[in-house]
Design a protein around this ligand. Structure first.
Ligand code: BGC
Length: 252
């Protein structure tokens, strides 16, 4: 029996949004990432997870599907003024990601998080950091999370520290070390993660207890391997905190 020839004129059936995922992301060469570079053939898949478009909208933590219903005058990005495409969707300030829509993120545009960096020394005098193992990716990460309405970034960071790692430092003063876009695997062209990271050093490493989105919580000695293996941009953010701590020590 001869194999039937594929009919090249038959259009590929359009996939229902429920069957799309982050694996539909197309690769964008670094030369074409910047929105100012012309890329007429760029036409990535439009993916918003059903968890966001159905449950998120029902539960009130996600924006409506129609981006024109969002009042962007009440929103902000740490990177400054945001650009929009011709349909009114905000454009990721870090450039093209190979995926349109919101993916698993609730908000069109910036989705704000805050991260606590807690240092302490072990009994041998080695500097340690308090980390959690994320349930979603299995990566070691800063114990941060999403900003609740009306919260200050430092409040979010310390609340998340308590919820994710069981350590309550809510009366302590913290130093800001980073604010900006994070290279997060959930980012798309129209929705992205931004974070504010704050650091604090405590004299004794309090015993942590994993909670919420964390499988484990532990004090880790800071090594180059640890820094390079952390979730998203947490390695460079931790490095920025180490540099700031070092400069502060030199001034003491
Ligand atoms: C995490 C933060 C992280 C942010 C951006 C949030 O889900 O809880 O720790 O900085 O995403 O990647």
């Amino acid at each position: 029996m001869t194999k039937p020839e594929p009919n090249l004129n038959t259009p590929k059936p359009k996939e229902a949004s429920g069957s799309l995922s982050y694996s539909d992301r197309v690769k964008v060469s670094p030369d074409y990432q910047n929105w100012s570079v012309d890329y007429p053939d760029y036409n990535p898949v439009d993916y918003t997870d059903e968890f966001v478009s159905v449950h998120g909208v029902e539960q009130g933590w996600a924006d409506p599907a129609d981006v024109t219903e969002v009042d962007f005058s009440t929103r902000f990005s740490h990177t400054g003024e945001i650009q929009f495409d011709e349909s009114g969707r905000p454009l990721n300030p870090a450039g093209r990601t190979g995926l349109r829509g919101r993916g698993k993120l609730g908000k069109w545009g910036a989705n704000h998080a805050a991260d606590p960096i807690v240092f302490s020394k072990n009994t041998r005098g080695e500097l340690q950091i308090l980390l959690i193992k994320r349930k979603d990716t299995g990566d070691w990460a800063l114990p941060g999370g999403m900003v609740d309405p009306g919260e200050k970034f430092s409040q979010t960071a310390l609340r998340e520290l308590r919820e994710e790692a069981g350590v309550n430092l809510e009366n302590l003063e913290v130093q800001e070390v980073f604010s900006g876009v994070v290279d997060d695997p959930r980012n798309t062209d129209n929705a992205w993660m931004e974070t504010v990271a704050v650091y604090v050093e405590i004299p004794n490493p309090v015993e942590p207890r994993a909670g919420d989105d964390a499988d484990e919580a532990e004090w880790k000695i800071i090594t180059p391997d640890l820094l390079s293996g952390l979730y998203a941009s947490h390695g460079p953010i931790l490095q920025a905190a180490l540099d700031k701590r070092q400069r502060a020590k030199e001034l003491e």
